[in-house]
Design a protein around this ligand. Sequence first.
Ligand code: ADP
Length: 271
Amino acid sequence: TSAIHAIGEAGISLNSVTKRYGESTVVDEIDLVIEPGEFMTFLGPSGSGKTTTLNMIAGFTSVTEGLLHIYGKPVAKLPPHKRDIGMVFQNYALFPHKTVAENIAYPLQRRKLSKAVQKEKVAAALGMVRMGDFGDRYPSELSGGQQQRVALARALVYEPRVLLMDEPLGALDKKLREWLQTEIKRIHREVGSTFVYVTHDQEEALSMSDRIAVFNNGKIEQVGTSEDLYEAPQTLFVGRFLGESTVLLGTGVPVGERHTAIEVAGHRVVA
Ligand code: ADP
C-alpha cells in the first residue's frame, strides 16, 4: 500500500516504466517519484533515455510497460492535452504568422475562454517572462532568447500543474543561457508548478534543480540533490559523469608532476 500512497501524493510517479522500440529497450523499468512543485532535472548523456521518458510523461509517445501517474491520476491512456502539462522545446516552435500575443493566446482559444479572460491571461503570462512590451511583435522580430521566453509564456498561460522542458536553452549562447536559467528558476518559484527539465549539461542541472535524476543507458543511476550526487555518488558512472564538471568544484589531488586527480567523496573520478 505504500506504493499506492506514493502515487496519490506525488506530482508525477513512474512505476517500473519501460519503453521498447521493437527489440531495443530504450527506457528500462524506471521508478521515480517527482514531488508536487519540485524542480526535477533529467541529466545524462545523449541517447540515455531522457527525452523518451519526458515524452511518455507528456503523452507524445506511449508507455510500453509500467504505471504512469500525474497528480494521482493514471494518464497512460490520456492524450497530451488532457494531462495538465505545458511543454517547451529547444526550437521555440512559435507560429511565424501570429503575433507574440496571438501565439500565447492560442492554447486559450482552444479552450474557448472569453476574449476578455484571454487578454488578461496573456498579459499576465507576458509579464511573468518580462516581455510585456512585445505582444504586437512577430517572432521573426525577436532574438532567440526572447522567442524562448514567449514559448515559456505560451506553455504557462493556462497554468498547467506540470511544465516539461526539453533542452529549452540548448540553442542559445552561454551568457543568455545563464541568464534564462535564473529566470526559469524565478518563474518556478512564482508559479509553484512541478517542473521537469531535460539537459545533458551538468552545470545547468546543478545550478537549477531541487533534485536530479541521472540517466544512463535507459536506467536511472541515482536521484538526489546536487550535494547528494557530489558527496555520495552511488555508482562509478555518476561519479565520472559529474566529475567532468568538478574540476573547479572538486578537490584537486596532486598525483605526480604533471597530473592532478579529482576526488569526489574520496573517490578518484578524473585522473
Ligand atoms: P536522450 O534524450 O537521453 O538523448 P532519447 O530518449 O532521445 O535519449 O533516446 C534514447 C534511445 O532511444 C536512443 O538510443 C534513441 O536512438 C532511441 N530512440 C528514440 N526514439 C526512437 C524511435 N522513435 N525509434 C527507435 N529508437 C528510438
